[in-house]
Design a protein around this ligand. Structure first.
Ligand code: GDP
Ligand code: MG
Length: 447
């Protein structure tokens, strides 16, 4: 986001009046940024073509009289929408397991991509929704694979099946599925190996397992940091095990998952969940808008609001929502939101969703993230009612207030300024939300 905005701003300041030229300059900046985020080259060039057509369409003559700022906004909006379209598999039917029936789900993916972890997460997800779920370990390649699944399963209280001695993965898979079927399990999840002495053999193994367990759904697990290799890898798995959905893991890390777009495009298969950490509950439904926001580096406002609503009390949420719908976001809103967030657990996860916060906290660990968050809480606690209920401009008008708050909270003026800047960002986003909800169009927070 910063990178893209910065590039676009630079481009803008160098542009003459020529609309087409400025569109091209801005597009070039965006293309570079997307390539740096590992979005596939062919896709980027197609995207560029689509956007260029949209913006330079003859029917869009009105565009030519737009100011640079309007053009910039339109380009961002178009890029955002085009990227969402790429990862949004609207028309694709995603498998829904049926109650009182046996639903077999098989996992495929390279070693280390997060299959075993995601199997357990999915098992917990369905188990919470009232399904009787069992886990089968068909990874006989790696010593310790069964133990890992077993430990995960025990922690999550999910029944499991595996073998320490059997070396034929198809045989273990068949036995496990048969056993759970007999016991009237509704969802049977089969974990597989992701490595073999030869690649060919791995794909052959997937075909054999799939042949015996006859999955109703096959899921490919993809590491978000895969980058440009995503296309080739997902195509290979698609050929051998025709998966119908993708789980994208490690979205909590540095990778923005640009490679995943290629996997979706190359296999025409939707992403259904994302993994956001090593813990069982670090698992979210995939949202195209949140994904693209992260890819472009803007805060995940929607995701944040959703999570916020689940833990905060009703009145606070209502008051906040009302303010936001009016395009307002006061320091008091900020304070309440932070208090709620402190209850939401893994701070580094949450920080990722707040614009600017990810940058402030950077790639720091949980402890540091928590310290930064507390600092903000102290600063807000040191403000008086008048200040909290304000839009923050009061501090710019009377800087002595900043000095007082810094002293009171045991922080520095720069820390206070940072908090104010953040609140300003949120307030701007509230404005965007207001505008976009008025127009019925999805907003582009932060842009
Ligand atoms: P498998 O070889 O495909 O079965 O992969 P595993 O499930 O064993 O995962 C490999 C490593 O990635 C383990 O250390 C997991 O804890 C870790 N891992 C899996 N999913 C995620 C995730 O969403 N976020 C993070 N940070 N780590 C993950
Ligand atoms: Mg595994």
């Amino acid at each position: 986001g910063k990178r893209i905005n910065g590039a676009v701003n630079n481009a803008l300041s160098n542009t003459q009046d020529d609309y087409a030229t400025s569109v091209d300059i801005m597009l070039k900046a965006i293309v570079t940024a997307l390539l740096e985020s590992d979005v596939n080259i062919a896709l980027v060039s197609k995207l560029r073509g689509n956007i260029r057509n949209k913006l330079l369409d003859k029917s869009a003559k009105g565009n030519r009289s737009m100011t640079n700022a309007q053009t910039k906004k339109l380009i961002h909006k178009t890029v955002f929408e085009e990227l969402c379209d790429l990862v949004d598999a609207k028309e694709t039917q995603v498998f829904q397991p049926k109650k009182k029936k046996t639903n077999v789900i098989m996992f495929v993916g390279l070693q280390g991509s997060g299959k075993t972890t995601s199997c357990t997460k999915l098992a917990v997800y369905y188990s919470k929704r009232g399904f009787k779920v069992g886990l089968v370990c068909a990874d006989t390649f790696r010593a310790g694979a069964f133990d890992q699944l077993k430990q995960n399963a025990i922690k999550a209280r999910i029944p499991f099946y595996g073998s320490y001695t059997e070396t034929d993965p198809a045989k273990v898979a068949a036995e496990g599925v048969a056993k759970f079927k007999k016991e009237k399990f509704e969802i049977i999840i089969v974990d597989t190996s992701g490595r073999h002495r030869q690649e060919e053999a791995l794909f052959q193994e997937m075909i054999e397992i799939s042949h015996v367990v006859k999955p109703n759904q096959t899921i490919m697990v993809l590491d978000a940091s895969i980058g440009q290799a995503a296309e080739q890898q997902s195509k290979a798995f698609k050929e051998s095990s025709d998966f119908g959905a993708i789980i994208l893991t490690k979205m909590d890390g540095h990778a923005k998952g640009g490679g995943a777009i290629s996997a979706v495009a190359a296999t025409k298969t939707p992403i259904i969940f994302i993994g956001t950490g090593e813990h069982i509950h670090d698992f979210e439904k995939f949202s195209p808008k949140s994904f693209v926001s992260k890819l472009l580096g803007i805060g995940d406002f929607e995701g944040l609001m959703e999570q916020f609503q689940t833990v905060s009390n009703k009145e606070d949420t209502q008051a906040l929502m009302e303010n936001i719908s009016q395009g307002k976001f006061t320091l008091l809103d900020f304070q309440k939101q932070l208090q709620t967030m402190m209850k939401m657990g893994p701070l580094s996860n949450i920080a990722q969703m707040i614009p600017g916060m990810g940058n402030i906290m950077g790639q720091v660990n949980e402890e540091e993230a928590s310290r930064s968050m507390k600092k903000i809480v102290y600063i807000l606690d040191s403000m008086n009612k008048k200040e909290l209920e304000s839009d923050g401009k009061i501090f710019i008008e009377q800087p002595s207030r900043m000095v007082r708050v810094a002293k009171g909270s045991g922080t520095s003026i720069i820390d206070v300024e940072n908090v104010l800047m953040q609140q300003q960002t949120m307030a701007r986003m509230a404005q965007t939300v207001k505008q976009s909800s008025a127009g019925g169009k999805p907003g582009m927070p932060g842009m």
